[in-house]
Design a protein around this ligand. Structure first.
Ligand SMILES: *Cc1c(COP(=O)(O)O)cnc(C)c1O
Length: 390
């Protein structure tokens, strides 16, 4: 095998494979196989007891298609290792049950499912959890001193694109013997590699940019072998394994991840700049705009500013709803990262369940529209926004 260390992300994703297909396929085909045969009981026991790596049973993740995907997932985040899952939430659940049992601090606006899991379901199991806003970071050290052992955050956040300082928070967690896990779904590994900034674990909803075509549901967890090893039994017995066909589809998507995300970065920047000049737009939240509050920090830890932005239209929530309903290219749907551009009004979807007052405290107004910029020609996307605002 050629040594690809030091080469670019896409080169490595395309060419770095330790497993070769018996028939010379340049990529790993789908092994839609539940169980694998052995020549002898001794050979079977070698795999069962971990003396030899090999295929055994698909729910365990011991399947060549899943192995190949996990190699690429590890490359993406420059991690020692990666585990694939059937969804982002499956990855998070296994992460929290493995490393969060002594207490979790979740910083900022996390994904709705994460907030439900950390805010109410883990406490039902007797796990102490704390949700703190970005303006409450002063309290982090006290919570760590009180015994919380896992810090979790997203950056940029949804929908206000708040940027958290991964280096500083990792240092703060480590000083108290805690771990930092970052949900890197919004940024994607093309724009931000949290492990290189000091985080211990990275989680992804691969349903979004990694999959990139709104046609698969999957998750991933990346980190050191030491931190990932104890997650294995939870994934195995929660039964949260990715299906081989989905693993192959996701591996295919990863080969185009860099070109897709770079285009989405450029298109989102163009949309953000056009929107910031529009008289009916009050505010544009996008890390790539020089006057965005998190811009300098984003520059210091991101290589690109991403495909997600939020605009606040002049007027009330009803005006924003009308704009969302008039858009033709932007599809009204609460997800992100695909080839199709999407629009959501956070107060009607992702943050619908929050009390008005809590939404206000988080800086989420009814007149906000969150845009996931896809791969359509940026001029067409801007024209669509212009007609909907006009
Ligand atoms: C969608 C999403 C998740 C959950 O992922 P699923 O694949 O839907 O389980 C977690 N975090 C973020 C930031 C997300 O956008």
């Amino acid at each position: 095998m050629t040594d690809h260390a030091g080469q670019g992300l896409t080169t490595r994703i395309i060419h770095e494979h330790s497993l070769e297909d018996a028939h010379g396929s340049p990529h790993m085909p789908v092994y839609d196989t539940t169980t694998f045969a052995f020549d002898s009981t001794a050979a079977l026991l070698d795999v069962v007891d971990g003396r030899r790596a090999g295929a055994l049973y698909t729910r365990y993740g011991l399947n060549p298609t899943i192995f190949a995907l996990e190699e690429s997932l590890a490359v993406l985040e420059q991690a020692e290792h990666a585990w694939a899952f059937c969804s982002g939430m499956a990855a998070e659940t296994a992460l929290f049950l493995t490393h969060g049992r002594q207490g979790v601090v979740c910083i900022g606006d996390a994904y709705g499912g994460t907030l439900e899991l950390v805010g109410s379901q883990l406490p039902e199991l007797g796990i102490r959890t704390h949700l703190i806003r970005g303006d409450e970071l002063d309290g982090l050290d006290g919570l760590l001193a009180g015994g919380a052992r896992l810090v979790f955050l997203e950056t940029p956040t949804n929908p206000t694109l708040e940027i958290f300082d991964i280096r500083a928070i990792a240092a703060q967690a480590h000083a108290r013997g805690a771990l930092l896990a970052v949900d890197n779904t919004f940024a994607s590994p093309v724009n931000q590699q949290p492990l290189l900034l000091g985080a211990d674990l990275v989680v992804h909803s691969a349903t979004k940019y990694l999959g990139g075509h709104s046609d698969l549901t999957a998750g991933a967890l990346m980190g050191s072998k030491e931190l990932l090893a104890p997650v294995w039994n939870w994934r195995k017995n929660l039964g949260s394994m990715i299906a081989p066909a989905t693993a192959a589809l996701l591996a295919r998507s990863l080969r185009t991840l860099v070109v897709r995300v770079r285009q989405q970065n450029a298109s989102a920047q163009a949309v953000a700049e056009a929107m910031s000049r529009h008289p009916r737009v009050q505010r544009v939240l996008y890390p790539g705009l020089p006057d965005f509050p998190g811009h300098a920090l984003a520059r210091s830890q991101m290589q690109g500013f991403g495909g997600m932005l939020t605009i606040e239209v002049a007027g009330d929530g009803a005006v924003a709803t009308r704009v969302a309903d008039r858009l033709r290219l932007f599809i009204l749907a609460p997800s992100l990262g695909g080839a199709e551009s999407l629009v959501t009004q956070p107060c009607t979807t992702t943050h619908h369940g929050l009390m008005l007052e809590e939404r206000a405290r988080r800086g989420i107004s009814d007149s906000m529209l969150r845009l996931s910029v896809g791969l359509e020609d940026p001029a067409d996307l801007i024209a669509d926004l212009m007609q909907a605002l006009g």
